[in-house]
Design a protein around this ligand. Structure first.
Ligand code: FE
Ligand code: FE
Length: 274
């Protein structure tokens, strides 16, 4: 049923609405790899780990690649934290972008749909899925019950550090999301790669699109400043396309390629540092 709905959406037959009843993100019947990925994620995402990964990958010294080239490289990758699709990342990228395009949104937003998961390049460098995919949350303050599988944080070493377990932890109220250390994964990595090429709305979507505890449940909103409040609306809108465009029918890559290559060239040079 959910896939029929999604395909109708992708075909532009139905209008997107945040109130559509849906069966996405159904973790009850999720494949075993979903829980395994989250178990490792929740046990290992700590202040120390995040600091180390930001330092390690923030240097962008993994090579120079074009955006389309990366999308093709990701064609082999399936996200093991995602209960909704078994299609490759290139298919997901095109489905999200096409759904945004069909609704007549600005070109930067269509491009954001296309590239939002390109940070999953991390897994092509050999990074394990728990450090690449899944919902994100801040470290350095109390883990919220709004995070998926919250009980799995019991084994996280930061859970027994009192400095990291108050509501605000190491942060000030209204410090702004950009001042949080977010759990490490594809959102933060791609933000570091593309931040100098895109409008701030696109950068914000890319950086926080997996921050479900905030954009779905309002957790951690005490850290938001005025700018975050405004930009969060874009993340919420984007999320409808990220989720509801998933369907088992693969888009025609060769047919769509010229349009998207032109769109990429509007914002990016031939290659960028990864
Ligand atoms: Fe993502
Ligand atoms: Fe996505």
């Amino acid at each position: 049923m959910k896939h029929i709905m999604a395909c109708l959406l992708a075909a532009g037959v139905m209008a997107l609405s945040a109130s559509d009843p849906h069966e996405y993100r159904d973790y009850q019947d999720a494949k075993a790899s979903v829980e395994t990925t989250y178990r490792l994620n929740h046990e290992r995402q700590t202040v120390a780990l995040v600091t180390e990964k930001c330092q390690q990958f923030g240097q962008l010294n993994r090579g120079h690649y074009g955006i389309w080239q990366v999308l093709e490289m990701l064609n082999k990758m399936v996200d093991e934290s995602d209960p909704d699709t078994d299609l490759s990342q290139l298919m997901h990228a095109l489905q999200a972008a096409e759904a945004i395009r069909k609704d007549g949104h600005p070109r930067w937003f269509i491009l954001t749909g296309l590239i939002h998961d390109c940070g999953k390049m991390l897994s092509l460098y050999g990074e394990p899925q728990w450090a690449v995919v899944g919902d994100t949350f801040p470290v350095g303050c109390a883990f919220s019950d709004a995070i998926i599988y919250p009980t799995l944080f019991a084994e996280n070493p930061d859970s027994s550090n009192p400095a990291y377990q108050t509501k605000n932890g190491i942060y000030q109220k209204h410090c702004g999301l950009d001042n949080l250390l977010m759990s490490w994964g594809h959102d933060e990595y791609l933000y570091q790669v593309v931040k100098n090429y895109l409008p701030q709305e696109a950068n914000f979507i890319i950086r926080y699109h997996s921050f479900y505890p905030l954009h779905k449940q309002g957790a951690y909103s005490q850290f938001m400043n005025e700018r975050d409040e405004q930009l969060l609306e874009w993340v919420k809108l984007f999320n409808t396309y990220d989720l509801y465009s998933k369907c088992p029918e693969a888009p025609d890559v060769e047919k769509l390629k010229p349009y998207y290559q032109e769109l990429i060239a509007e914002f990016f040079p031939d290659t960028i540092a990864w």
